[in-house]
Design a protein. Structure first.
Length: 328
C-alpha cells in the first residue's frame, strides 16, 4: 500500500476511534521547504507567508478522505508522494471502486505549469484541484457539499480562519489545495548537478543517455526546459485505433487538428511513475523508448515531429539510465 493510501486509512481510523485532530495531523508528512531546488527557475511570485499558511491547510486537505462522497478517497489516494505524486495503476480507483479514464499524472513542478489535466481543460491549478472532487469517477462530491462538510468541522473552520481570515469557501478550498501542490518541487537531481558543473554527478551510461537525449534522440523537442516539458500538446498516436486518434485536446478546443493531442508530461520523477502515457498503456520506460523509436503510432493527426529514430540497444539502455537519473 502506497504512502498516500496509508495516510487515508489512518485518517479514517482516526475518525472512527475519535482520535483528536491534532494527533491525526501529526501523522501527515512534513510540508516541503519553501525553497527552489537546483535546476528550476526561481518561483514567480516567490513563496510568502500567506502561501505558507494556505499550503499548511492544503496539506491536511490533500490527505483527508472527507472530500469524497463516501469518505474513502483522498487526493493522496491517487497522488502518492512515494511515486512522484502519481500511482502505479493504468487507471486509478475512485469512490466505490470506479475506474478513472486517464492515467494519474505526477504533480511535481506543477507550479510551472501552463495547462492542467491531460487535455488542458484547466488553465490554473486553482481550477484543476477542484475537478477531481466533483468527478463522479473520482471523489464524486459536489463542491457545495464539500464546503458544508468543512464548515461543520470546528477544526477546519479554525484552520481556514488561520489561513485566510475566513471560514471555508469554494475558492479558498481551491487556493489551499493549489498552494500545497505548488510546493511539490522536483530538482537537484544528478542531471541538475552535472549541468551545474559537477562532472562526477552522472555515470558514463547516464552521460551517454543525456547526449543521446539532446542530439540524435531529439527528445528535447517536446521535453524541453528546466521541467523537461514544453507544456504543449502533441499527438503521438497513443490510444489511436485503426488510424483514428482519441479526441484529446480537441474536446476542449473544438479544433479538428487537436484530435489526439495530449499534454507533454514532465520527465522529472519519471522513473517512479510507471505505467506511462495518458492511458497507462506502456508498462516501462523501455516500452516508452521503443514506442518512440518506431515513430509513435500512425494516425491522421500524428505530430510532424514524430519519426522513427535510429537507436541501438545501447542507446536505449543509456537513455533509460539518464531518465532514471532525473528521479533521484
Amino acid at each position: 500500500m502506497g504512502f498516500g493510501l496509508v495516510l487515508v486509512v489512518t485518517a479514517l481510523v482516526g475518525r472512527a476511534l475519535g482520535v483528536h485532530q491534532d494527533e491525526t495531523r501529526a501523522r501527515l508528512p512534513p510540508l516541503p521547504a519553501a525553497r527552489t531546488p537546483l535546476g528550476l527557475p526561481a518561483r514567480d511570485p516567490p513563496f510568502d507567508a500567506d502561501e505558507e499558511r494556505a499550503a499548511v491547510l492544503g496539506l491536511r486537505l490533500f490527505f483527508d478522505p472527507l472530500l469524497s462522497s463516501d469518505r474513502s478517497v483522498a487526493c493522496a489516494s491517487c497522488h502518492d508522494p512515494n511515486k512522484a505524486f502519481a500511482d502505479s495503476l493504468s487507471f486509478s480507483s475512485g469512490v466505490a471502486g470506479r475506474r478513472t479514464t486517464r492515467n494519474t499524472p505526477s504533480l511535481h513542478n506543477r507550479a510551472y505549469g501552463r495547462h492542467f489535466m491531460w487535455d488542458g481543460r484547466a488553465s490554473s491549478l486553482e481550477q484543476q484541484v477542484l475537478l477531481p472532487i466533483e468527478n463522479p469517477l473520482e471523489m464524486d462530491l459536489a463542491l457545495e457539499q464539500a464546503v458544508a462538510r468543512l464548515e461543520a468541522d470546528a477544526s477546519y473552520r479554525a484552520d481556514f480562519e488561520r489561513a485566510f481570515g475566513s471560514g471555508p469557501r469554494r475558492e479558498l478550498l481551491a487556493r489551499a489545495l493549489a498552494a500545497y501542490v505548488r510546493r511539490q518541487l522536483s530538482g537537484d537531481s544528478p542531471v541538475d548537478r552535472f549541468r551545474a558543473g559537477d562532472s562526477e554527478a552522472l555515470s558514463d551510461e547516464e552521460r551517454a543517455g543525456l547526449w543521446f537525449y539532446e542530439s540524435r534522440g531529439g527528445c528535447w523537442r517536446c521535453h524541453s526546459g528546466p521541467n523537461f516539458s514544453d507544456e504543449d500538446f502533441h499527438n503521438t498516436g497513443v490510444g489511436a485505433r485503426d488510424g483514428v486518434a482519441e479526441e484529446g485536446r480537441a474536446a476542449v478546443s473544438g479544433r479538428a487538428e487537436d484530435r489526439g493531442r495530449f499534454k507533454t508530461p514532465t520527465l522529472r520523477g519519471v522513473g517512479l511513475t510507471a505505467p506511462y502515457m495518458h492511458d497507462g498503456s506502456l508498462a516501462s520506460l523501455e516500452d516508452v523508448i521503443e514506442f518512440y523509436r518506431v515513430g509513435g503510432k500512425p494516425n491522421a493527426q500524428l505530430d510532424p515531429e514524430l519519426a522513427p529514430i535510429e537507436m541501438s540497444a545501447d542507446d536505449a539502455r543509456h537513455l533509460v539510465a539518464f531518465l532514471r537519473a532525473l528521479s533521484r
